[in-house]
Design a protein around this ligand. Structure first.
Ligand code: GUN
Length: 283
């Protein structure tokens, strides 16, 4: 039954939109948007994510700068680097790859990024903007999830959307974006009683908990749309999502694969956010 959503193709279309926009901005403003990406230490997963972000920026033709800082950098030294980028007129977007080493307070780091350059949408000013319905930068993964859902061309009014996971980065903002599309939204989490029954009531099921193959086919309503945000290494050593694809795919009407679903969309939306930051700074 399930049709597999091609996140790679969709992300390619978004990156091509951005590429055309970069050319237009260069012609109109005499410079291209510039994204600064900071990575602290040598977390292998973070290195892959940052490499992919910088490669996507290069594809779109925008400028990018990668700042690789040592794992033992002091918190104040990192904050100073961020302040310098805040003050740099040629930097439009600032992204600090998370997680940070344990001696650094992530909240302080996020708070230090100028909200108008906060391409992740993690700064409290952008979080408040999202929940109050003001113009703001929307976090990349949630933006990618709803872009995928929007691409299906369905009206979510009156539909039940269940978001499994309540993180600040994914679960909570996804829930707000689905609410904005008039879905009736439930947020489920590790303490939810009878997770299977809650998931089975979902017309749209978004899973973002970081637990390999937690949601199985018997937890899915026939015909539901299933969006899998997880990227895990399964017991078999293979990359897998939070949804057990093999049992879920026959039940769902649409489903995202892992890899090749939400992941590429996150990066594409980061490119869109960099453009938004560039434009926001021209006013
Ligand atoms: N680490 C995992 N996801 C993200 C993200 O969306 N942004 C940043 N900066 N770090 C992350």
């Amino acid at each position: 039954m399930g049709k597999i959503i091609d996140g790679k193709a969709l992300s390619q279309a978004v990156k091509d939109e951005v590429k055309a926009e970069v050319e237009r901005l260069q012609a109109a403003y005499g410079r291209k948007p510039c994204l600064a990406v900071i990575i602290v230490g040598e977390n292998p997963a973070s290195q892959v994510y940052v490499r992919n972000k910088v490669a996507a920026a290069a594809y779109t033709g925008m400028e990018s700068r990668k700042l690789e800082l040592p794992a033992d950098i002091g918190e104040e030294a990192l904050l100073q680097r961020i302040r310098a980028l805040n003050d740099d007129p040629d930097t439009d977007g600032i992204l600090v790859q998370l997680p940070l080493p344990s001696h650094i307070d992530e909240e302080k780091v996020i708070d230090a990024i100028a909200p108008e350059k906060d391409v992740d949408g993690f700064h409290p000013e952008n979080v408040a903007g999202l929940w109050l319905g003001k113009r703001c930068i929307v976090p990349c993964t949630p933006a990618g999830v709803v872009r995928i859902i929007d691409s299906l061309g369905l009206d979510l009014a009156g539909k039940h959307a269940v978001v499994v996971g309540r993180s600040n980065i994914v679960g909570k903002p996804v829930a707000k974006l689905l609410l904005d599309r008039n879905a009736t939204v439930t947020i489920a989490h590790s303490r939810t009683a009878d997770l299977g029954a809650v998931c089975r009531s979902a017309d749209v099921l978004v899973v973002a908990v970081g637990k390999a193959r937690l949601v199985t086919g018997d937890m899915i309503k026939p015909g539901a749309i299933v969006i899998d945000v997880g990227i895990n290494r399964g017991a078999d050593g293979k990359l897998c999502g939070d949804v057990d694809f093999a049992s879920a795919e026959p039940v769902a009407s649409w489903i995202t694969p892992v890899p090749g679903g939400v992941g590429p969309m996150t990066i594409a939306m980061l490119m869109k956010n960099t453009i938004a930051c560039f434009l926001g700074r021209q006013e």
